[in-house]
Design a protein around this ligand. Structure first.
Ligand SMILES: O=P(O)(O)OC[C@H]1O[C@@H](O)[C@@H](O)[C@@H](O)[C@@H]1O
Length: 406
């Protein structure tokens, strides 16, 4: 296997994924100095800790004035994803619109009849801070979630708004569960999301069990995350979700594959993809790659050359008949079967993950846990530190205004 290369701009790694890098637990931990594997394995603990922290905060004032006109979940990156999770848990019959807002401030219509949930793992993102400030200015009910002692806590305090402090022990993207649970508590206090204690406990237990199956010491033939990562290696991953819940998990996988493993990914809802994006199965990375191959070429020669699509389908068996969704489960199921048939016809390999569990929170967790680990193993197989992402820091540096006087 070729050694690591130094790419332009000081980016180092192996161009071709090296499975052997996933065999030795100690060297994997050495190559993950920021502890992303450990942080990801703490998902179950994050759920329990965040539930305990959220339970200590009096959220009753959120419901004081009755049902809000709308709920805005403001935050960027992983914090922003919590808004989609709240929508999923609230379900298709939620009587109040839940709007994710992923840029600074709040939408222009937000006023005293609305609730703003401002989320930031660091408690420092300009987007969440501006949202909390704007909510307070406009007289909207506010709850803020993030790192204790942060600017966000100070804004909440000034606004006399509840603040749920979740200690930041890892980058935001490895703190998804610590941020999600308080957002769901706020949704429950508002009467728009059902969240039974048993659902929280079962979700935490499932995340623990998945972390155990995906632990660094478990070899790739018994470790579903290593298996998924190695299958995706060298491909262009396409991740489609069969239902709204599965689509949230698909988007999460795209985020972690891009940030941790630095792979280009397309992700979205299968229903919508079927009317447009599915066309990519016919192109140079899909069916055309198969037909254009020189049949006399040595397969070993083009193994590194030919970049192919790899489809990942997240299926949500839709176990909650009470959800009473607009689209019958059978339609989703047929569509998920169809895409697998189509991929097969084009010679595109396909991985399928099917949600498990009784509550929507647990089903979501069952589609997030293994892919989260897979994104880390894919990074490690390329010799990349899954935590330090130079492009994100450089992007921040380049887009920050110069200090005055320079
Ligand atoms: O959750 P906070 O701390 O506001 O960060 C929001 C986002 O910021 C970006 O710069 C990245 O670090 C993302 O991974 C993160 O989700």
């Amino acid at each position: 296997m070729a050694g690591p290369v130094s790419g332009s701009a000081g980016v180092n790694g192996h161009r071709v994924a090296d499975e052997s890098l996933l065999n030795d637990e100690k060297s994997m931990l050495d190559n993950d100095p920021g502890g992303m594997l450990r942080a990801t394995a703490s998902a179950g603990a994050q759920v329990r800790e965040a539930a305990a922290l959220a339970a200590e905060v009096d959220l009753s004032m959120l419901a004081d004035e009755g049902r809000p006109r709308a709920v805005v979940v403001a935050g960027i990156g992983t914090a922003g994803l919590t808004g989609s999770i709240l929508s999923t848990v609230a379900g298709p019959r939620c009587p109040v619109p839940i709007i994710g807002h992923r840029s600074a401030g709040v939408p222009g219509w937000v006023g005293a009849a609305d609730v703003v949930i401002a989320v930031s793992a660091s408690g420092r993102s300009p987007e969440a801070l501006a949202a909390a400030e704007a909510a307070a200015r406009r007289g909207a009910r506010l709850v803020a979630i993030g790192n204790p002692g942060s600017d966000l806590e100070a804004v909440a305090e000034r606004a006399r708004a509840p603040f749920i402090g979740v200690p930041r022990r890892a980058p935001a993207r490895a703190t998804l569960w610590g941020l999600t649970i308080p957002v769901l508590f706020a949704g429950r206090a508002l009467g728009i999301a059902k969240l039974a204690e048993a659902d929280i406990a079962e979700t935490a237990t499932r995340l623990d069990a998945d972390a155990e199956r995906c632990r660094p010491g478990a070899d790739s033939f018994v470790n579903p995350a290593k298996e998924l990562a190695l299958g995706l290696a060298g491909s262009v991953p396409i991740v489609w979700g069969s239902s709204p819940l599965a689509t949230v998990a698909a988007r999460r996988f795209a985020d972690t594959l891009a940030a941790n493993a630095r792979y280009p990914v397309m992700a979205g809802a299968l229903g919508e993809a079927g009317r447009g994006r599915v066309g990519l199965l016919d192109g140079v990375f899909g069916g055309l790659a198969e037909t254009s191959r020189d049949i006399f070429a040595d397969p070993a020669d083009d193994a590194d050359e030919l970049t192919r699509l790899r489809l990942v389908v997240f299926r949500d068996g839709g176990l909650n008949p009470e959800d009473d969704a607009d689209e019958p489960v059978a339609v989703e199921e047929r569509r998920a079967d169809a895409i697998q048939t189509l991929a097969d016809r084009r010679g595109v390999r396909c991985d399928v993950l099917t949600a498990e569990g009784g509550s929507s929170l647990e089903r979501l967790a069952s589609l997030v846990a293994v892919p989260d680990f897979a994104s880390l193993y894919l990074a490690l197989a390329h010799g990349l530190d899954p935590m330090a992402v130079p492009a994100i820091s450089e992007m921040k540096e380049l887009s920050n205004p110069l200090p005055e006087g320079i």
